[in-house]
Structures are given as structure tokens and as C-alpha cells.
Design a protein around this ligand. Structure first.
Ligand code: GLU
Length: 447
């Protein structure tokens, strides 16, 4: 049996880090086991689904290198859901109910008052043909519920271990709405069965769905897949991520925060496991190292600061070839390997490189504390060509001539040469600044 998984987002919003973690775990599991990934858009909620979100989800996944092997869209499959519904109706597993939302709410209130769980009482099963005809004549349209069987529903969850529900303790789920639209509980199982999904890896918010859906797989005579329900991410304060969706969308992390794909993927692959969180070079490595058994049941916390720390580490390790085009795209067309190697230890975001590009290639207002000292230092600048040994030779000479050392020697030179107190190592920056600019800056000129 070859592994087949699916990632099934609803295109009702942008992909956020919580969905992305589930997408990634599906990908890593499939790649690790030589399986395939289906991207399925759960877009039967016509009011909330938007084509632009579907496009954005695919773009975000592509940006991360999460390219699906197969693609499906639920809105293409209504005919199939109708056929399955008809078959379930024919065998009495799908039955019409006529309660209004208000009547159902009242039933739930009564049950709650008696300390009972909100299980539908199956009153609709007692309706006679005449009752139904009368209701329909009065303009009522039925919604359809799946008749659950009593008895245990159990599975061995790859994350949660053995899980068991009593069928009798579950409420018959509505599979078809009054307007005839099939609901997720049905469509998801029909797709998973038709597309031969072997492993359903999703959020633990679906555990109760799984219990009823298993009975659906059985009713369809389809093989029940293996399940893994992952705990949902929270923010650092333990709040569900949905409260902060906007700021944690993959889109905003990419476009506004300057997050590197491998920083995000490295973090999400390890979050909630006991493995150290550290930059990994590529998806293939993450897949080779992936093990579902290492995903803990505890709630993983997503910390944006941790992501940015990882982002910095990813950039510090990135070779020039990996960023050449992006630097050019950011207006740093002349950036070369020497520039990149000089500045990358100081970057949290790739875009930060622009600041150091300006320091090495555009006029800087120098910061001069002691003009006599910087003039003396300027007089000792060696002739070009310069390389990374120039800084050491020059500052050695300045030290000899002025008697300054340590911070008193280096900080005024840094402030004159860059206009800043901090930055990349000057032994790397100085050759990029060049003798002409350096001399003018040391003289206090904007250069
Ligand atoms: N569209 C559902 C969701 O986003 C899919 C759940 C599932 O994986 O079955 O929650």
C-alpha cells in the first residue's frame, strides 16, 4: 500500500501558520514514506469560499516548495456527492429532518438543563409519510442526517494513541443542508475514499468528526484510513492562533516580515517535538528526519521572535548563489559574494542588506567625535588594492601612531566609516567601502 495523504484547506482565508504546520506534516510524512500529497480545496461553503484565497493558498505553498502531486476541488464534485447521498438514502442511513434551527436550539437547551449532552433525539425518524407531506406542503425543506450505529468507534491515532467513542454517545450529523448542499462531514469522506487516501493527518479539532466519519467510510464500504490528529498551535500566551490570524498569515510573514521559507519550515517541522529547533537546509532533509512519533500531544506554542531568530540563522548560512537573484530584485544589482559574506552575519531579514549596501555604495553621513584622531587615521590609510587583511594592518598602524586601543580605537573609526555604532565586521566592509570613500568619511565629509 503506498501512502497517500491530503491537505484540505478551506479557501475562506489566507493560509496561516497553524494550517501550514498541518500541510507541512502531511508533506513530510508522504515524502518520508515515498507517498503522494493531494491538495484538496474544501470549497463547498459558497458563502465563505473565495477564488482569490484558493489562488493565494496555492501560491503560498509553492513559495515554500510544497508542491502537491494531485489536486482536487470539492466544488467540482457535487454530482458525486449527490450520487453517494442517494445511495445512503436508499439504505436508510440518511434520513430527512424538518426541525428549524430554533427548534433544535430549544432541544439543546432542554438537554443542557437536564445535564445531558446535545445529542439529537431522532424525532424525525418517527415522522410518518403523512407528517412529511404536511411539513413539505407547509414549505419546509428537509436537512438530512446520517444514522449512526451504536457500539464503539475506535482507532489507533498516530499522535494520540488509542481513541474510542461510543456510537450511542454521538449525535447523528447533518450531511445535507436544507438547500441541498452537502456538508464537510460527508464530502471529505467521499473524497478521501474516492482518492484512496491512506492517512488523514489533521488538527485535533476534528477528533469528534473522525468518530462519525469512520462510520461513513464503513457505510460507503471504503477502507478506513489511518489517522493522526495534531494539537493546534497557540501563541506564546496560549491563545488559539485564530485571534491573530492576520499577522500570522503565511502571506504577511513572507511579504511584511521577510521570513525565509526554510526558517518557517524548519520551525514548523520541529515545533511540538522534542527535537531541537534549528535551521535545516531543505525540505528533503526535513522529510528524512521526520518522525510522526516525535510529535507530542501537548499544545505547541508559536513564537514569532523564535521564527525571526531562526530567520537570521538561515540567512547567516545562506550561500551567495541562493540569494543573488533576490538581492538583484531588491535593487542591489551589483551585490557580489564578498558583499554578501560581509553583511549576512548582521541580517535578520534579507531586506536588511539594503542598509549595508547603502553604507558601502552610497553617501553616508559620518559620525566624527574627534576630528584630530580620524584625520590621523586617514593619513595612515594604505594604498589600494584592499582586502580583508587591510583593516588589521591599518588599525595596527593607527594604534602605534595614536596609542589608542580597543573600543577607543575601533568605535570612532566605525562611526566615521559607517555613521553607525554597530554593523558587520569592518575587515570585511572596509574593502567594499574603498579608499576614496573611507578617506573622505574620515575627514568628516558625507561620501
Ligand atoms: N477543510 C477542513 C479544515 O480546514 C479539512 C479538515 C480535514 O483535514 O479533514 O478544517
Amino acid at each position: 500500500m503506498s501512502v497517500a495523504v491530503r491537505f484540505a484547506p478551506s479557501p475562506t482565508g489566507l493560509l496561516h501558520v497553524g494550517n501550514l504546520r498541518l500541510a507541512l506534516v502531511n508533506w513530510l510524512f508522504a515524502r518520508k514514506h515515498g507517498g503522494t500529497v493531494l491538495l484538496r480545496l474544501d470549497d463547498t461553503d459558497a458563502e465563505r469560499s473565495r477564488p482569490e484565497y484558493a489562488v493565494a493558498i496555492e501560491e503560498d505553498l509553492r513559495w515554500l516548495g510544497l508542491i502537491p502531486d494531485r489536486f482536487a476541488r470539492e466544488s467540482d464534485r457535487y454530482a458525486r456527492y449527490d450520487a453517494v447521498s442517494a445511495a445512503l438514502k436508499a439504505v436508510g442511513r440518511l434520513y430527512p429532518c424538518y426541525e428549524t434551527p430554533e427548534e433544535l436550539a430549544l432541544k439543546r437547551t432542554r438537554l443542557a438543563a437536564g445535564g445531558k449532552p446535545p445529542i439529537y433525539d431522532r424525532a424525525a425518524l418517527k415522522l410518518t409519510d403523512a407528517d412529511r407531506a404536511r411539513l413539505e406542503a407547509a414549505g419546509r425543506r428537509p436537512h438530512w442526517r446520517f444514522l449512526l450505529e451504536p457500539g464503539p468507534v475506535a482507532w489507533d491515532d498516530l499522535v494520540r494513541g488509542p481513541v474510542r467513542f461510543e456510537g450511542a454517545a454521538l449525535s447523528d450529523p447533518v450531511l445535507i443542508r436544507e438547500d441541498g448542499r452537502p456538508l464537510y462531514t460527508l464530502t471529505s469522506v467521499v473524497d478521501d475514499a474516492d482518492l484512496a487516501i491512506t492517512h488523514v493527518i489533521r488538527g485535533e479539532d476534528h477528533v469528534a468528526n473522525t468518530a462519525v466519519q469512520i462510520q461513513l467510510w464503513q457505510a460507503l464500504d471504503a477502507a478506513v484510513p489511518v489517522f493522526a490528529h495534531l494539537p493546534l498551535l497557540t501563541d506564546a500566551a496560549g491563545q488559539g492562533l485564530s485571534k491573530r490570524l492576520g499577522s500570522l498569515s503565511v502571506r504577511s510573514l513572507r511579504e511584511e516580515e521577510g521570513v525565509e521559507p526554510m526558517a518557517l519550515l524548519s520551525l514548523l517541522a520541529r515545533l511540538g517535538t522534542s527535537d531541537p529547533i534549528e535551521p535545516r537546509p531543505d525540505l528533503a532533509t526535513l522529510a528524512a528526519e521526520f518522525d510522526m512519533a516525535r510529535i507530542a500531544r501537548g499544545t505547541p506554542k508559536f513564537d514569532p521572535d523564535e521564527l525571526m531568530r531562526l530567520n537570521a540563522r538561515v540567512l547567516h548560512e545562506a550561500p551567495f548563489d541562493a540569494v543573488r537573484e533576490r538581492l538583484a530584485g531588491a535593487g542591489l544589482a551589483g551585490a557580489d559574494a564578498a558583499f554578501w559574506e560581509a553583511v549576512r552575519p548582521n541580517l535578520t531579514r534579507l531586506a536588511d542588506a539594503a542598509e549595508w549596501w547603502a553604507v558601502t555604495h552610497a553617501p553616508v553621513v559620518p559620525s566624527i567625535d574627534d576630528p584630530v584622531f580620524t584625520a590621523a587615521a586617514a593619513a595612515l590609510l594604505p594604498p589600494e588594492p584592499w582586502d580583508t587583511a587591510t583593516w588589521g594592518a591599518w588599525t595596527g598602524a593607527v594604534k602605534q601612531a595614536t596609542g589608542r586601543k580597543g573600543k577607543d580605537l575601533f568605535l570612532p573609526l566605525r562611526r566615521a566609516l559607517t555613521g553607525r555604532d554597530h554593523g558587520p565586521e569592518l575587515k570585511n566592509l572596509l574593502p567594499l567601502i574603498g579608499r576614496d570613500r573611507a578617506a573622505r568619511r574620515l575627514a568628516g565629509d558625507t561620501a
